[in-house]
Design a protein around this ligand. Structure first.
Ligand SMILES: [Zn+2]
Length: 334
């Protein structure tokens, strides 16, 4: 019997890198998490992953054949396979990540950024199955977005479309990690939520269990736990985060008129604490023709493996449409 095809899905983050050997229906044969070692060059990470793959795959090699590699990484460009200025990784200004993986595996390779990978995962294996127009917002260390129009990820002219996290809430507002001022990410990320807590603590006299934290050691989880216990400052911080997020999501709706917006990642785990004010603000800021039509939903994928499944879904789609050859000559130049 001919071996069944499987792909390797890889999610590269600043701290950890996950990979999974994934069947077409999203079932994982193997899934592992390893330290990224952000201080090492990208080539070291690629060789560690390929060595580890060669250790774990032999028991499956009679039944399965690896056919491609899909990768989600910060600031990865789908068109070129290049990662530019990745935040939290000491890889320099530019690394040909697709080329490194092609050299290591001699198979078709596709890369995209982590938010796009999450959106593709949602479309193939999650709650967006059957939807042709939707947006996935990843709320974690940063704020990412993957925009799907007509069943396809929107990449734009240069491959970097969909940075809703760096659209501006307030031009005189908070400094963002990108260097600009007042980006959505400075408010709706995990760190943004904590900054909002600090502002509220300064503005209000109410008692709060969060008063014992400094900005250095406060985490989004602390805020969530305090809010769950009824702490009003913590609850206000979620309301304010939802208000700002909903306002910017209403802008996004005006561009692509999605059926649904999915919230995904660490902050989305706060559930209705965040969803309720976001939904309210979204509706309030929508143009009347969109009102009551856009659903705000939680991801249908488990947080632990969504990005890996998305990376796997990316290469599955490429293999099926024969589209995995974007600039492959370019990527092969050593
Ligand atoms: Zn920014």
């Amino acid at each position: 019997m001919a071996p069944s095809p499987v792909v390797l899905g890889i999610d590269i983050g600043g701290t950890t890198t996950s990979f999974a050997i994934v069947e077409r229906d999203g079932k994982c044969l193997v899934q592992e998490v390893h330290p990224t070692r952000a201080e090492e060059p990208a080539s070291r990470l690629v060789s560690r992953i390929s060595e580890r793959f060669r250790e774990v795959f032999p028991p499956f090699s009679e039944t399965y054949a690896l056919t491609g590699v899909g990768i989600g990484a910060p600031n990865a460009n789908y068109y070129t396979g290049i990662v530019e200025h990745p935040p939290n990784l000491n890889w320099g200004p530019s690394v040909n990540l697709a080329g490194l993986f092609r050299d290591a595996f001699a198979l078709p390779v596709a890369v995209t950024n982590d938010a796009n990978a999450a959106a593709i995962g949602e479309m193939e294996f999650g709650a967006a199955r059957g939807m042709r127009h939707f947006i996935v917002i990843t709320l974690g260390t940063g704020v990412g977005s993957g925009i799907v129009v007509n069943g396809e990820i929107l990449y734009g002219a240069d491959g970097f479309a969909g940075e809703i996290g760096h659209t501006v809430v307030d031009p005189q507002g908070r400094r963002c990690a990108c260097g600009k001022r007042g980006c959505l990410e400075a408010y709706a990320s995990a760190a943004g939520l904590c900054r909002t807590v600090m502002t509220l603590l300064a503005d209000q006299m109410d008692d709060s269990e969060l008063r014992r934290f400094s900005i250095r050691d406060l985490t989004a989880r602390d805020v969530f736990e305090a809010a769950s216990r009824g702490d009003e400052i913590a609850r206000d911080a979620f309301r304010e985060t939802g208000r700002i997020l909903g306002m910017k999501l209403a802008d996004a709706v005006a561009f692509t008129s999605p059926e649904a917006i999915f919230l995904f990642g660490g902050l989305a785990a706060a559930g209705e604490l965040l969803f309720e004010p976001t939904r309210r603000s979204l509706e309030a800021h929508l143009l009347n023709i969109y009102r009551g039509k856009v659903r705000l939903l939680a991801s249908g994928l488990r947080d632990g493996n969504a990005a890996v499944l998305g990376a796997a879904a990316l290469i599955w789609r490429e293999l099926e449409t024969g589209a995995s050859h974007h600039d492959s000559e370019l990527s092969f130049i050593p």
